[in-house]
Ligand binder design. Structure first.
Ligand code: NAP
Length: 268
């Protein structure tokens, strides 16, 4: 079947694509006929994802300054073009009150969540998109729209990524569209500590009655990157099961905030 998205033969780089949302995004691009170039730190996970999706992969951390250039080179060497960048890899550390935040770990969070997306877009722009065009989708979070207990570092980096998205959208137009998707709570490893004990209660508090699946986010990302969204740039697409509108749905407190408040991470 011909994909309605116009993505056949295009090339998408997806960071953090060995599991969770990134994996679902890479799968959705492959299903739409695109070639995928995937990354993550775990070499086995990257090899598996690349093999299963018929794409290529590069193991490494997005925090490594050389990684974005190597990734861009790999995509171009393998497929001869680079149409889409999805900045998905992220950390939610350091967890806890900001007065306890170790400055080195705070800086690392910005390196992974904000600097790495910029570096990858710079590489893609210089090597391909600046001349041929393309689309970028950054994965932010519904949580960047408000504050919450113990997630100050994460929320601040994601708010910065949201701003970076808009700034780049203006600077790179009309060649490259830059948008973001902001997920609510999704059933992945990153958020396991939130949903693992009491998913039913969390689901009951959401207007759409369940927490998210990675595929919910993937469909939004693929649509934003596709020609179907050709007149959209600088937008943030909230995919959150109604999290932001829940106060008109139920008078109960927000169970996610309670989980964040009570969670004590193991010492790392
Ligand atoms: N799950 C949620 O509820 C939720 C909500 C809002 C936003 N988000 C956002 O969605 C995105 C994906 O999160 P997820 O929930 O799918 O997480 P996940 O299941 O933990 O997957 C994260 C992926 O990123 C890779 N990764 C982590 N750090 C990396 C690094 N430094 N360099 C390269 N790859 C790295 C991981 O593989 P390795 O460990 O092998 O590197 C893995 O493939 C993130 O941007 C997150 O902030 C998630």
């Amino acid at each position: 079947m011909t994909s309605p998205y116009g993505l056949e033969g295009r090339v998408a780089v997806v960071t953090g694509a060995s599991r969770g949302i990134g994996r679902a995004v890479a799968e959705a691009f492959a299903a739409a006929g695109a070639h995928v170039c995937v990354t993550a730190r775990d070499a086995d996970g990257v090899r598996r994802a690349a093999e299963e999706l018929g794409g290529v992969g590069l193991a490494g951390s997005v925090a490594d300054p050389a990684h974005p250039r190597e990734l861009t080179e790999l995509a171009l060497a393998a497929f001869g073009r680079l149409d889409v960048v999805v900045n998905n890899a992220a950390t939610n550390e350091p967890y806890g009150p900001l007065m306890d935040a170790d400055p080195d770990r705070w800086r690392e969070a910005f390196t992974i969540n904000v600097e790495a997306p910029l570096r990858l877009v710079q590489c893609a722009w210089r090597a391909w998109m600046g001349e041929h065009g393309g689309a970028v989708v950054n994965i932010c979070t519904e949580g960047a729209g408000h504050v919450g207990p113990n997630v100050g570092a994460y929320g601040t980096t994601k708010a910065a990524l949201l701003h970076l998205t808009r700034q780049l959208a203006g600077e790179l137009a009309p060649k490259v569209r830059v948008n973001s998707v902001s997920p609510g709570l999704v059933r992945t490893e990153l958020a396991r500590f939130v949903w693992e004990h009491g998913e039913d209660e969390l689901a009951a508090g959401l207007p759409l009655g369940r927490i998210g699946h990675p595929a919910d986010i993937a469909r939004a990302v693929v649509w934003l990157a596709s020609d179907a969204a050709e007149w959209i740039t600088g937008a943030d697409l909230l995919v959150d099961g109604g999290t932001r509108v829940r106060t008109a749905y139920s008078a109960d407190g927000y169970a996610v905030q309670e989980r964040l408040r009570s969670y004590a991470p193991p010492h790392s």
